[in-house]
Design a protein around this ligand. Structure first.
Ligand code: FAD
Length: 728
């Protein structure tokens, strides 16, 4: 298989070259799926099973790592086109939902819509246990005002099942998975328009414990990057530990980023990293905080809601209005809860969900009337209740604002009633709705029957990533980006659409590779000098990482994480972001100049990660600074603080941790600037610039609108015109 050992002058290194048609980086749901499709398309092109399998490799730092393998929620959602037998859905409707909050390319949205069911059924075929009814319909549910019941789930670990089932398929096909490979560099050849990524250089993590360090070089005619989101960028994060990503390496290789500003944040448990969406919040737990020592319990939400009904209903709604959304904070909506939790943690306090007790109200709340069917009587703080005369079911809520399930607003009450979850305590309601949601914490050492669950507002997902066209090809021909690394989502996305996008992207990339670039192995003999030059530089850098007295990589990573959480999290502010960008640039330059202090071989991986995370943080901060400069307001999952902005509540003060410029003042936010919805902010690495990244706003691409009759469409397909821009 063209594997060539190359002995170097350095006896402590063992370098091995490998050659494949396609090298896929990342073994999450996206990468695995792309590998499965590639193999199948190659076989369809006439290659034998062995020939097809030998042409593909999946390279990963850990088969058991990454968001697909390690993350989830109460019932992790897969969002697909509707499969309900009695509710019609269409690809155009689906694409509209994906793109209607702006900054989403129309061709990507429609491609994700059209490919949705094909990929969903592909997962069913490889064995993901999505539930059906007795007639075979795939049962769906509604997420957040979705009338098509597009969401489905295989339980709390949907994405784990996806990647495991796809892995088994790859193993049946005999495709190699190179595990324990830390990506250290993306090899490039050529420049300008003819620049290509020729391969991936990895450090074998297992060899860190042996005498000789093993370095692998996976050369590929095509490269598919599926290394997930930059989870380790943030201090407060629900990304699984060890989900580093390779964004910094990809920027350096010349890939351009889009929508990097659109990270998503939401409530998640921190001891065991898991989203507390869905039934965790629909069970309506008590939410309280303590001081750092665990004393001074406070039911801090109560001061900001006018009644128990409003507060408890909003806790319920957080279940399916999960990410923090600045358009849901005014007038006591559900994202006010994220903001209050964030503010509490900014004061150094700890916040918990308590499933043994119902929410505790405010002693000043007035008694509230409600109807036995859960219908509320609209009322604001201080107003007297006005029950409907003669309504037999009308009762009075106890005067202290005690929780009363029948006083919930109709959406919440009816949901719980239909779900058979009107029990007296949150834990009983959670058990009635979703016992695996309790079990998953038990498996991870947390007994929800015995202890409260610590939560925070955590970084969870990046809607942005690297720019791709409608075949998920990046700006560098032959390099594709799929899954969370690809910038296919807009400012908002429906919950579950990340998994759909990852599958469709892998299918489209595989289709394009096999039909356009072919299945041959690469020949980079003409570029040997370039490749050798880059390897020499890389190994020289490894030596520099041994410099005693330079900064420690782990310390650098912690510094990056703290800065990102403070300046690039749910609250953003121009002055603070500019200061953070300046510090991030200085840190990266310092690492370039002085190296890092990683004297032992085992620390080498930390040093590699620290360097590329440092560059990633510059890219993200540069995008944030630029968007704020363009007049960007609060959108997606972040709030922009502005002195002349909208006040939420006089008692909501900007936290003092990390001293944002507005610290200690009443929080005022700048509403969204809708004029920015029609463009996407791009960033590209350019070391000659003071901030190291060039920014550009690009117009949104529209969805193709030329529906053809069958015969011409068939001809385009036969002649391969569908792969040629502006032809098919
Ligand atoms: C708590 C949580 C809950 C979520 N819930 C949902 C949900 O309900 N619905 C939904 O659609 N989405 C959800 N998401 C998002 C979704 O899980 C991810 O977007 C998706 O799984 C990403 O898949 P991926 O294949 O792109 O990357 P991942 O699954 O993250 O895989 C990345 C791969 O790259 C490898 N890798 C990473 N860095 C390196 C490196 N430096 N060198 C070598 N290899 C590397 C990893 O080991 C891994 O194999 C959730 C995310 C989280 C964190």
């Amino acid at each position: 298989m063209g594997v060539k050992d190359k002995q170097t002058a350095n006896p402590s290194l063992k370098i091995t070259f490998h050659r494949y048609n396609t090298v896929i980086v990342g073994s999450g749901a996206a990468g695995m799926n792309c590998a499965v499709h590639l193999y199948e398309f190659m076989c369809q092109k006439g290659f034998s099973r062995k020939e097809s399998a030998e042409r593909i490799v999946v390279v990963t730092r850990g088969l058991a790592l990454g968001a697909s393998r390690m993350s989830g929620s109460d019932k992790q959602t897969y969002y697909k086109m509707g499969t309900s037998p009695d509710v019609p859905d269409s690809a155009e409707e689906f694409a509209r939902t994906l793109s209607n909050a702006g900054c989403c390319h129309g061709d990507l949205a429609i491609a994700e819509a059209i490919g949705s069911l094909r990929e969903f059924y592909h997962l069913v075929q490889v064995g993901v246990p999505f539930p059906t009814d007795s007639m075979g319909s795939f049962v769906g549910y509604k997420t957040d005002h979705d009338p098509f019941e597009r969401a489905t789930s295989a339980g709390p670990k949907t994405s784990k099942f996806m990647s495991e089932c796809l892995q088994r398929q790859l193993e049946r096909y005999g495709v190699e998975i190179a595990d324990n490979q830390e990506v250290a560099h993306l090899l490039t050849v050529g420049c300008g328009q003819s620049r290509r990524i020729a391969g991936v250089v990895t450090v074998d993590r297992k060899s860190l414990y042996r005498v000789r360090l093993r370095v692998n070089i996976y050369l590929g005619a095509n490269i598919v990057l599926a290394a997930g989101g930059p989870g380790e960028l943030y201090e407060t994060s629900v990304y699984p530990k060890g989900q580093v990503g390779i964004h910094g390496l990809a920027f350096k290789a010349g890939l351009v980023g889009e929508n990097l500003t659109e990270s998503q944040f939401g409530l998640a448990s921190t001891k065991f990293r898991w989203n507390v969406s869905g039934t965790y919040m629909q069970a309506i737990p008590r939410i309280f905080s303590t001081d750092a020592g665990g004393s001074d319990e406070r039911d801090f939400l109560a001061g900001y809601f006018p009644s128990m009904s409003k507060m408890a209903t909003n806790i319920f709604l957080k279940g399916y209005q999960w990410p923090f959304d600045p358009q849901r904070i005014e007038n006591q909506q559900s994202s006010l809860i994220d903001l209050l939790v964030f503010n509490e943690t900014q004061k150094g306090r700890h916040v918990f969900l308590d499933f043994l007790h119902n929410p505790v109200g405010h002693s000043e709340w007035q008694p509230q009337a409600q109807l036995g069917d859960g219908k509320p009587l609209a009322r604001t703080r201080g107003e007297q209740p006005s029950p409907s005369p003669g309504d037999e079911a009308t009762r009075m809520e106890p005067p202290t604002g005690t929780f009363n399930i029948e006083a919930l607003e109709p959406e919440a009450y009816q949901y719980l009633k239909r779900a058979g979850a009107l029990q007296d305590t949150p834990i009983d309601r959670l058990f009635a709705m979703n016992p695996p949601a309790i079990e998953i914490y038990k498996q991870n050492g947390i007994d929800l029957y015995a202890e409260p669950l610590e939560i925070a507002v955590c970084a969870q997902h990046n809607n942005g990533g690297f720019a791709v066209n409608k075949w998920w090809e990046s700006n560098i021909p032959g390099t594709f980006v799929i899954g969370e690394m690809a910038a296919t989502h807009g400012v908002k996305r429906p919950g579950g659409s990340a998994l759909n996008a990852g599958q469709v992207g892998g299918l489209r990339a595989a289709q394009y590779i096999v039909n356009v670039y072919g299945c041959e192995l690469p020949d980079y003999s003409a570029s040997e000098d370039e490749i050798t030059g880059q390897l020499d530089q890389l190994f020289a850098k490894f030596d520099k990482y041994r410099a005693v007295g330079s900064p420690m990589p782990k310390v650098m990573i912690q510094r990056i994480q703290k800065r990102m959480t403070l300046s690039a999290g749910i609250m953003r502010e121009s002055k603070t972001a500019r200061r953070a960008l300046k510090e991030a640039v200085e840190l990266y330059r310092l690492i370039q100049k002085n190296g890092l202090s990683a004297p032992g071989k085992r620390a080498l991986v930390w040093a590699i990660q620290a360097e590329h995370l440092a560059l990633t943080s510059v890219a993200y901060l540069k995008a944030i600074v630029e968007l704020l400069r363009q007049g960007g307001g609060s959108r997606g999952s972040h709030l922009v603080i502005a002195r002349d902005g909208v006040e939420i509540h006089p008692d909501i003060i900007v936290g003092t941790t990390g001293q944002p410029a507005a610290a200690g003042k009443v929080l005022k936010f700048k509403p969204e600037n809708p004029s920015l919805r029609d463009s996407v902010l791009r960033v590209a690495y350019d070391d000659s610039l003071p901030d190291m990244f060039r920014c550009e706003s690009v117009e949104l691409r529209a969805a193709p609108s030329d529906a053809k009759a069958f015969e011409p469409a068939w001809r385009d397909f036969r002649e391969g015109k569908i792969y040629r821009e502006n032809e098919g």
